[in-house]
Ligand binder design. Structure first.
Ligand code: FRU
Length: 544
């Protein structure tokens, strides 16, 4: 096999080589392919890790979520997809639809890579007034802006990236590429100009696009009246980049009322950064600030040289990247989804015949916490209603003194919503184990450390961990307690755990790969006494 590397940027070479190494490992060693699974499971892949609440494609590779849009009662999810295999490559847009953001139906590939280009990340808007002229007033088009990555023979520099347009006039079923693509290029062409996110800027009455020049840490803003002709507005970057060598990817710019007050509108710029995230590898950071129709100015940035913990993050876990928001959601809600993955090891995650999952959709709000505006995140209403109609076991109170206690057998499960309030009291550490084994040696530990004032997910004993040295064991967030209490909502699925702390003030999202029979919950207090109150464990496996 020969590969022409001309014009292929370093980062894509890295991803391709990682994917290739993994494919060879699978062919060359049956042990790697089997992952130690019993024969029955080997034949059908790894169904024990097929999420129930989180979208996964039936087969093949998925990364970023693209083109998140709500249209006529249906949420559309497009995503970076390899129709040919279970590792990154042949990038195309896969497609799935849902009425409730929980149950997803896979649809045919929307935009496939072709002889001239691969289809990288982007966004979709409903062109209600047919500003593009690509539909009619009666049948407005859905318009996708995506990144073309050019191949040899395309007439462009191989590896060059530019923004292109595709549209659908049959409610998302078929997509046509615009005849005069690309609609936006840099001059000179760049191999790192990508990830256009488009929204309607109501105050100015124009479309707004943000896109990155990933390797130089710039978000470029443009405006357009028709989604085809774009005019440059401004650049957003930082005075002192704390992460030279990392990439800025998948930007998003959204407005939110501060503390629910529409008169106090703020703008939030989301920038996904890889590597250098708070949990290592890829992660989603954000800046709160002002936008005047031309320029985004953050209210504050961390001092030069500060580490990742001084910046603001959508998530403190290892597996939340390429986060972006839906367009056109009713009631002006801001709903975000991230890809539950991390470029440090995404190509090695031992699931098959698919690889890649989305994180739980969340509603974003902006609240003043400790004198500073910050995002808070809650699962969507449809998730709350799923929990509401699911069988739930309630336990009013458990007190523990330097000990561990298993919850009753009725709480066993692998797809669960767990809520509780922890009072760490005098305990050095207090928390819970989810997806625990009968002998207590395996499980995901979620605990509060009273001295450090931190919340941690520890997945070092959470099942399969050996597939990559970069699969980091612990993810931690600083979280001082109020009134000595900590409220947690833990969303457990077959291959993930998401912890929403203090009603969404901090979230930690981690992949885990436990055995199906590891389905127990226990509570623990180390070096002292702790109290656990209002425990509610809901079994979400049946209630769809
Ligand atoms: C982010 C990203 C994007 C790019 C896509 C390629 O994970 O690198 O910048 O468009 O993935 O699959």
């Amino acid at each position: 096999m020969t590969v022409n590397w001309a014009g292929v940027p370093e980062v894509w070479r890295g991803r391709f080589l990682a994917a290739l190494a993994f494919a060879f490992a699978i062919c060359g060693s049956s042990a790697a392919a089997e992952n130690g699974l019993p024969k029955s499971m080997r034949e059908s892949g790894t169904p024990q890790w097929r999420s129930l609440l989180h979208y996964t494609p039936q087969r093949n590779w998925m990364n970023d979520l693209n083109g998140l849009v709500y249209y006529r009662g249906i949420y559309h999810l497009f995503y970076q997809y390899n129709p040919e295999g279970n590792v990154w490559g042949n990038m195309s847009w896969g497609h799935a639809t849902s009425r409730n953001l929980i149950d997803w139906t896979e649809q045919p590939v929307a935009l496939a890579a072709n002889r001239s280009e691969e289809v990288f990340s982007g966004s979709v808007v409903v062109d209600s007034h047919n500003t593009s002229g690509l539909g009619t007033a009666a049948v407005p088009p859905l318009v996708a802006l995506y990144t073309s990555v050019y191949k040899t023979g395309s007439g462009h520099e191989p590896g060059g990236q530019a923004q292109s347009l595709a549209y659908s006039t049959d409610e998302d079923k078929t997509w046509r590429r615009y005849a005069h693509n690309p609609v936006l290029t840099l001059n000179p062409e760049s191999s790192h100009f990508r990830d256009p996110k488009v929204s309607w800027y109501a105050r100015g009455g124009y479309w707004l696009m943000c896109a990155v020049v990933a390797d130089v840490h710039v978000v470029k803003l443009y405006r357009s009246s028709n989604l085809i002709d774009w005019t440059f507005l401004s650049d957003f970057t930082l005075p002192d980049i704390p992460h030279h060598g990392a990439l800025w990817e998948i930007p998003d710019l959204v407005s939110l009322p501060l503390d629910g007050n529409p008169a106090k509108e703020k703008w939030v710029m989301i920038v996904n950064v890889n590597p250098w995230s708070i949990a290592g590898g890829s992660g989603a950071m954000y800046f709160v600030g002002r936008f005047d129709g031309t320029r985004f100015v953050p209210d504050e940035v961390a001092p030069a040289g500060s580490d990742a913990s001084r910046w603001q993050w959508l998530d403190h876990g290892a597996d939340y990247y390429a986060a972006g928001t839906f367009s056109n959601v009713p009631d002006r809600k801001t709903v975000a989804i991230g890809w539950m993955g991390n470029w440090d090891y995404a190509n090695d995650v031992p699931t098959s015949p698919w690889r890649g999952a989305m994180a739980l959709p969340r509603e974003l709000a902006l609240e003043t916490v400790a004198g500073r505006p910050q995002l808070v995140f809650v699962p969507t209403e449809s998730y709350a209603s799923l929990v509401g109609r699911s069988p739930t076991t309630r336990i009013a109170q458990v007190g523990l003194e330097s000990s561990t206690q298993a919850l009753p057998a009725v709480t066993r499960g692998v797809v669960q919503n767990i809520e509780l309030t922890i009072e760490p009291g005098g305990a050095h550490r207090a928390g819970l184990v989810v997806r625990g084994s009968a002998d207590g040696t395996t499980g995901t530990r979620i605990f509060y450390d009273s001295e450090a004032q931190t919340l941690t997910i520890d997945r070092s004993h959470a099942g399969e961990t050996s597939f990559s040295p970069a699969y980091s064991p612990q993810h931690i967030v600083n979280l001082p307690l109020h009134d000595g209490r900590l409220h947690l909502r833990v969303v457990v699925d077959r291959a993930s755990v998401e912890v929403f702390a203090e009603h969404g003030q901090a979230v930690i999202t981690d992949l885990i790969l436990p055995a199906l029979e590891d389905d127990r919950i226990s509570l623990f207090a180390e070096s002292g006494g702790a109290t656990f109150r209002d425990i509610a464990v809901s079994d979400l496996s049946l209630a769809h």
